[in-house]
Ligand binder design. Structure first.
Ligand code: GDP
Length: 491
């Protein structure tokens, strides 16, 4: 009864919110555009490059409104939500362009309003539309999105899933300490705070270890354990799933089990629901950035885990009556773009291959998430292109290279770079046959040599025109992303 009531009030709230949003939309069309991806996937760099290219009229041949000269101007405006931190665009540009350093990554939610003044392509639209579109860019950690499936799980189910995941070969060594400690205590005995903190701390350590560069695992709820924001140390973050809970019956009063269960429910109502209601449910369009190359380099388990995360993420966007989430949303996300970022680490011959591999991954995930055909597009891209291409002769063959300035401290074959000199590397090839990539991934177990040479480069030096004007940030396929995400709203 309680939960039915809270569902109704949530629904009512969302409807009211959406009505308010819509009413102001009549005056001026506003798109709420969500940018997400796991930590370090490239959200901050993407938003900075997006805004920079639109403010400075970047080279965007496949973005029709820009290419045909219909965009009169683009500028930043104060955002509508006063309670949400602003995306610090100016600081990020300064780091990228002036200091040639990558900006500070996303730690929590932030927002920025970009307004575009344009002329419609059709006379009819010109008559009807105001010729102004505001895009409210909402940047939020993908870890938070991966929490939404928890809304459908009670503590018992959450514990079962988490423990099952923790026992997979790619995770067993990392989760051992936490699971052993949990097994030592009887969860039906009286709870004590020290023990709760210890178990929860070990659980959080395990989640963090999964995220390390070598493992590069993706499916790691609850997301605030990795991105606590202002909740660090609060009871709602001091819990952990419990192994070996009985199938039936409820938690004895005052037990550790009861304490963990209550805190898990608090996490859902204090963290997950407000995020869902105040932010997620109000989005119109969404880009999900993934670092597929990092997963490929970490090995087949990381790729499988990325696919598992995509299933969970895409199920949040699935329209359908039997989904708790979408039954609450009246404003629907109608287009989702999966951006496989940092493609500038590959030679262009491999860009289509990266796209093909990620497309297959997404197709498998949409099938597993029970999707009908929705508007999901996949693009291999680099929001900021830090490299250019070259080739080197090797006997009769030409070896494709990428050239850039490796970051200070990066190593190749025992050489350590000082952050100033340019160098060319052979990045390695992705397989041209997608099927063979997945077959290999399924049959290979454990570690094998990484397919790609991965070096972190500094952001590029921006060219200047003869008149001394700095050009906008170079990119790969950002224009295709813009066309898919905004093209129809500017038609
Ligand atoms: P966030 O955590 O999703 O906000 O990730 P960031 O946008 O901060 O990106 C994390 C790191 O990935 C950056 O510091 C860069 O090193 C790298 N990166 C992100 N986007 C690109 C890109 O387009 N090209 C290259 N070469 N590196 C990128």
């Amino acid at each position: 009864m309680g939960s039915a009531l809270s569902r109704i009030s949530d629904e009512a709230l969302i409807t009211v919110d959406n009505l308010v949003d819509r009413a102001s939309d009549l005056m001026r069309p506003t798109m709420r555009f969500g940018v997400t991806g796991l930590s370090r996937a490239g959200k901050t760099v993407f938003i900075t490059a997006l805004v920079h290219n639109l403010l400075h009229g970047g080279r965007l041949p496949l973005f029709k409104a820009q290419q045909s000269g219909r965009i009169a101007s683009a500028y930043l405006e104060p955002q509508p939500d006063d309670g949400v931190p602003r995306f610090q665009y100016e600081d990020h540009v300064k780091a990228l362009v002036d200091e040639r350093l990558w900006p500070q990554s996303t730690r929590a939610i932030s927002e920025l309003r970009l307004t575009i003044e344009y002329e419609s392509a059709s006379a009819w639209n010109r008559l009807l539309s105001s010729g102004k579109l505001s895009i409210d860019i909402v940047d939020y950690p993908g870890e938070w999105l991966l929490d939404l499936p928890l809304l459908k799980q009670d503590f018992r189910e959450f514990s079962r899933n988490a423990v099952e995941l923790a026992r997979l070969p790619a995770r067993a060594d990392l989760s051992r300490q936490w699971l052993e400690k949990s097994a030592e205590c009887d969860a039906s005995l009286t709870a004590d705070e020290t023990r709760a903190r210890e178990i929860s701390g070990l659980f959080a350590d395990y989640l963090r270890a999964c995220r390390s560069d070598e493992r590069a695992l993706s499916t790691l709820p609850p997301g605030r354990f990795l991105m606590p924001g202002d909740l660090e140390g609060s009871p709602a973050l001091t819990f952990a799933p419990l192994p070996g809970l009985p199938q039936e019956g409820s938690a004895p009063a005052n037990s550790l089990w009861a304490m963990m269960e209550r805190r898990y429910e608090a996490y859902k109502s204090l963290v997950v629901k407000p995020f869902f209601r105040d932010h997620f449910a109000r989005l119109d369009r969404q880009i999900i950035l993934i670092d597929a190359m990092q997963a490929m380099n970490a090995g087949p388990e990381a790729v499988q885990d990325l696919e598992r995360a995509l299933v969970d993420i895409l199920s949040c966007f699935r329209p359908g009556r039997n989904s708790l989430l979408t039954s609450l949303v009246s404003r629907r996300i109608d287009r989702v773009l999966i951006g496989a970022t940092k493609a500038d680490h590959l030679h262009h011959e491999s860009h289509d291959r990266l796209e093909a591999i990620v497309r297959r991954l997404v197709e498998r995930a949409t099938r597993r998430a029970g999707y009908a055909k929705a508007e999901i597009e996949v693009i291999a891209m680099a929001a900021v292109r830090a490299t250019r291409e070259a080739s080197a002769k090797q006997g009769k063959d030409k070896l494709p290279l990428i050239v850039g300035t490796p970051m200070k401290g990066e190593k190749i074959n025992g050489d350590t770079f000082d952050g100033n000199g340019k160098t060319g590397i052979f990045p390695g090839d992705l397989p041209s046959d997608v099927e063979s990539f997945f077959k290999q991934a399924e049959t290979r177990s454990g570690k094998s040599s990484p397919p790609l040479n991965f070096v972190r480069f500094r952001p590029p030096k921006l060219e200047r025109t003869a008149e001394g004007v700095t050009l906008s940030l170079p990119h790969i396929r950002l224009d295709r992303a813009f066309e898919f995400l905004f093209g129809d709203w500017l038609a």
